[in-house]
Design a binder for this molecule. Sequence first.
Ligand code: 13P
Length: 258
Amino acid sequence: MRKPFIAANWKMNTNSKSAVELATGVVKAVDGIDNVDVAACPPFVYLQSVIEAVGSDSKLAIGAQDIFYEGNGAFTGEISAEMLTDLKVKYVITGHSERRHVIGESDELINKKTHAALDAGLLPILCVGELLEERESGKTNEVVSDQVKKGLAGFTADQALKITIAYEPVWAIGTGKTATSAQAQEVHAMIRELLAQMYDAQTADQMIIQYGGSAKPENTKELMSCADVDGLLVGGAGLKADSFGEMIKITSELYASL
Ligand code: 13P
């Protein structure tokens, strides 16, 4: 059985005080839970204070929301993998839909970032997902497959095992519209089948595929009950320690009963 993995993407939220409060609140909320991996991804500027507050070996692992693919040099405004590992950051999100569609990142750039992250020992969370018009025109599988193939280009099976895929339908992000569990399961199963073709059945069976898009305590059990949904990438509901903690507890209890 795959170990569930629930991560909060704080996006461009919190401040120096509330970031530390939120992280320490999550640590308290997940105390005693060992059957779920948990992470939070604060803004870059609060990574250090959050890691200092929770400790680098805390059950709450810390991730960054983005990375640049070069090691160092004249890249104004960018943050390298080495800078993140220096702070003991564990995970890094690549290809989030807001970076794809607001900032304009390409699959090629996302692939380079994912390689830089993994090469430095960070664990990437590679996000994929279709726009509303792509879903409505029946292109979901095509779009998501293309993003998975391009995002994972050049990775071996052993490397792929260290990468979490987050399926986040863009129309469900921050809109309150969650994909139904059937919609989520259908795409997750398609991604796992694709991973089996790209690598092998055993690798595909071990890889973690998270769902993201208006995930909250009320829909956690239903989403996490899907055979191929192994975790959640949580935006809004991850900004409150009690709601995020509740999602982790629900998942822990569900998995304990399986
Ligand atoms: P919401 O949970 O706010 O819809 O955001 C999802 C997301 O984009 C997580 O990366």
